[in-house]
Design a protein around this ligand. Structure first.
Ligand SMILES: CC(=O)SCCNC(=O)CCNC(=O)[C@H](O)C(C)(C)COP(=O)(O)OP(=O)(O)OC[C@H]1O[C@@H](n2cnc3c(N)ncnc32)[C@H](O)[C@@H]1OP(=O)(O)O
Length: 466
């Protein structure tokens, strides 16, 4: 599976911004080689991010390692510096707002991985919040991503209430599960291949290559960055600022001895029962491999239960078990939030099993995805075109950041761009969004056509947290 060619993003390096009587200089930069001494601006940026997430000041090792991944993955950093600060305040070189973005890929269930702009490390210092700093940084960044040709932007959220107004909708979900390990996992069919304990350093080398196989075959998967391998193998945790020597690693090999998946895990310290093992990371090139890895972790002695916080919503493991009662779902959360920037490119990139034609009215207060779009799969391959502007509404004229959705003449269905983001990978049915008031359809037939089109063979699943 090939990545589509992509133009580099070139946003302005310096911008001035004024809000509520306060002035800021917004800078955009990348991290150079050479660590903290070569990157004083990035050091201040990292300190601001950690403060924004209520983490402790970075140690020299954390700074070194954070800058290393930001450099390696060519992360674009944004920082808003206050022009003037009162006496005893943090100095102007310390950003009052931070933002990071980089180029990744998303498996949209189409013939090629779709380039995507990934966004993270969004913080605004509490004493500078609600002045529009996030809106400024997000607006500039999304515009730059659209100009660079990205069809979608992705992020993970701390609070579900923030990002809808910027056009993001929850697009993938995963579950926290607990599997009983008091007896060896009883499966309806035997697994194949073997599992061997692995050297963490060797796994760090191997995992990116194996992950590629998972990424290319799992619709909903998002590319990872270099720090994931270090964190998930226990080498170093950036949040904890220390290695995790409790992490153990194992690799699955197919019947020809070729590696095709891995699990990393830690025994939770305990003074009593039940004895719990937590899976840190579990990735198989196919669902069979994942099930074999589950069989391995649940077969370990001195373990009563195994927990994992990023299991699929539609988990084949639950169905492969002889006793479904051994599998318990203890939580579900949204993972990836998706923002469609270019509906034509995004809708043309995925696959469709139904043969239908619908005209969608997309409401996007930021403009990027606004308009009427025809999606036609009646000839097989999807044909998508922008067929016109959407008539303006009272909410458009009022500049509402979450405008009401109205169905214009000629459209089969209408929605805001955040709802399109939730529909895009097939995580939710169009009828569910219609019942929630987020999709307005011309009639039942139009809603059914949209639902049939957007439905996917499996629920989207990724195992990347960023
Ligand atoms: C992708 C990630 O990195 S997720 C992590 C997000 N960061 C955090 O949670 C760290 C702690 N919080 C913060 O740093 C800040 O409060 C932020 C980043 C959430 C908001 O930054 P601000 O500069 O205050 O936001 P800004 O003033 O630009 O507000 C933009 C809009 O978002 C809304 N908004 C801002 N924060 C919140 C919130 N916590 N909940 C709901 N809405 C919010 C504002 O009301 C405003 O809405 P409007 O434009 O429709 O009127």
């Amino acid at each position: 599976m090939a990545d589509r060619a992509q133009q580099p993003t070139e946003p302005p390096a310096v911008q001035e911004y004024a809000a509520g009587g306060h002035e800021y200089t917004v800078t955009r930069f990348r991290v150079d080689p050479g660590g903290p001494s070569a990157n004083p601006e990035a050091v201040e940026w990292v300190r601001a991010v950690r403060q924004g997430f209520h983490q402790t000041e970075p140690t020299p090792e954390t700074l070194e390692r954070t800058l290393a991944w930001l450099h390696e993955d060519r992360v674009l950093l944004c920082a808003a510096h206050p022009r003037e600060v009162p006496e005893a305040a943090l100095p102007p070189r310390r950003p009052a707002a931070t933002f990071a973005s980089w180029e990744g890929t998303l498996n949209v269930g189409g013939p090629a991985l779709l380039p995507a702009r990934l966004i993270s490390e969004v913080t605004v210092r509490p004493t500078h919040s609600r002045r529009g700093l996030l809106r400024t940084l997000m607006g500039t960044e999304l515009a730059a991503a659209r100009t660079a040709g990205h069809a979608v932007a992705l992020l993970t959220v701390t609070e579900a209430t923030i990002y809808g107004r910027f056009g993001f909708g929850a697009a993938t979900f995963d579950r926290t599960v607990e599997v009983s390990a008091t007896t060896r996992l009883r499966l309806k069919a035997p697994t194949s291949g073997t599992v061997e304990l692995a050297d963490p350093e060797a796994l760090r080398e191997l995992a990116p290559r194996l992950f590629r196989r998972f990424h290319e075959s799992s619709h909903g998967s998002v590319s990872r960055v270099s720090y994931h391998w270090r964190e998930y193998t226990g080498e170093y945790g950036l949040t904890a600022q220390e290695p995790d020597p409790a992490v153990r690693c194992a690799v699955h090999h197919d019947e020809h001895g070729r590696p095709d998946g891995w699990v990393t895990y830690r025994f939770e310290p305990t003074t009593g029962y039940p004895l719990t093992l937590t899976v840190v990371d579990l990735v198989g090139a196919s669902p069979d491999v994942s099930i074999a890895l589950w069989e391995f972790v649940t077969s370990l002695d001195l373990v009563d239960r195994v927990r994992f916080g990023r299991a699929p919503v539609e988990d084949p493991l639950a169905w492969a078990l002889a006793d479904r009662g051994d599998y318990r779902v203890t939580g579900e959360s949204d993972r990836i939030w998706l923002r469609v920037l270019d509906p034509v490119a995004a809708l043309a990139a995925r696959s469709y099993t139904a043969r239908r034609r619908v005209v969608l009215s997309v409401v996007d207060p930021m403009g990027h995805a606004d308009g009427l779009f025809a999606l036609d799969t009646t000839g097989g391959a999807p044909v998508v075109e922008r067929v016109g502007d959407r008539p303006r509404t009272a909410d458009d004229d009022a500049g509402a950041s979450l405008p009401a959705v109205e169905l214009p003449p000629g459209a089969d269905a209408a929605m805001r761009v955040d709802a399109l983001g939730s529909l895009y990978l097939g995580a939710v049915k169009a009828s569910t969004l219609a019942r929630a008031g987020l999709v307005v359809a011309r009639d039942e037939d139009a809603l059914r056509a949209l639902q049939d089109l957007m439905e996917t063979p499996t629920a989207p699943y990724g195992v990347t947290q960023f």
